[in-house]
Design a protein around this ligand. Structure first.
Ligand SMILES: C[S@@+](CC[C@H](N)C(=O)[O-])C[C@H]1O[C@@H](n2cnc3c(N)ncnc32)[C@H](O)[C@@H]1O
Length: 252
């Protein structure tokens, strides 16, 4: 799996975007003191950090199928209970949490409705279930310039915009199908600055996620072509990338 990677590689590749996204996303969850929260597909803990800032580590639980991410999360957050588990089979009782949330995870779930329904199962009645996914469909994901360059050179290459939840209205439909109520949505905007092209490109070589897996499979010539195409598409440094994520919250 392309998430069986070192947590620091993930943080350099996607954490630079997902950490500021978590600050926005947590606001939508309307957390209340004393609540117990579950971070589903936590990775090394971008959202875990924001949940535990409000609720405390002892009220925050995290799960992820990647053992390296769970190990890193345990080191960073010693007071957070963390387990290796997937969204569609959460090792918790019905109604164990007041809130469960998945940041940038639904599009990786093999069966997103089953995963969201399972998040609803472990959340108490009227508790909050939330999810957000980058707007790949609207070409506003942080990786959009990369996938645009890939598409220019290799039109048959897979593209993350084919995944569930990546288009306007997708997450709302998945939440409704999973039986959640009072569904509301927002587009969350995140801006990240880059001092140089290399600072933007280098983390793509670390093998993280579908983009990292794509780069890792290229020979030297095709990789150099891709680097040139990306450089052509990006503004000259320093530059910033503004990204948007679809975020949805519902009640269990
Ligand atoms: C893009 S990362 C997001 C990590 C973290 N939530 C963040 O915002 O930085 C996607 C995460 O989903 C996890 N994942 C993949 N399939 C999953 C599934 N079926 N259930 C739960 N998590 C899953 C991956 O291991 C990875 O940590």
């Amino acid at each position: 799996m392309s998430f069986a990677v070192d947590a620091s590689a993930y943080d350099r590749f996607m954490g630079r975007f997902s950490a500021p996204l978590a600050e926005e996303f947590v606001r939508m969850l309307d957390l209340e003191q004393g609540w117990r929260a579950l971070d589903v597909g936590s990775g090394p803990g971008a959202l875990t950090l924001e949940l535990s800032k409000v609720l405390g580590e002892s009220n925050t639980v995290a799960v992820d199928p990647s053992e390296s991410f769970v190990a890193a999360l345990r080191e960073s957050f010693p007071g957070v209970e963390a387990a290796v588990a997937s969204a569609d089979d959460l090792p918790f009782e019905d109604g164990a949490f007041d809130v469960s949330a998945a940041e940038l995870v639904v599009h990786f779930m093999p069966d997103p409705v089953a995963g969201i329904r399972e998040m609803g199962r472990v959340t108490r009645r009227n508790g909050v279930v939330g999810a957000c996914v980058w707007d790949f469909g609207g070409d506003r994901a942080p990786l959009a310039p990369f996938w645009r360059a890939v598409g220019d050179l290799d039109p048959d290459a897979p593209n993350e915009s084919e995944r569930a939840g990546t288009h306007r209205g997708d997450l709302e439909r998945l939440f409704a199908e999973a039986g959640l109520r009072d569904i509301r949505s927002e587009a969350l905007i995140v801006t990240v600055e880059f001092a140089s092209f290399d600072a933007w490109w280098e983390p793509f070589t670390l093998g993280v996620g579908p983009a990292g897996a794509y780069v890792a499979a290229l020979d030297e010539r095709r990789r150099a072509e891709l680097v040139r195409r990306c450089a052509d598409l990006l503004p000259s440094a320093p530059f910033s990338i503004e990204s948007a994520a679809w975020a949805v919250v519902g009640r269990a």
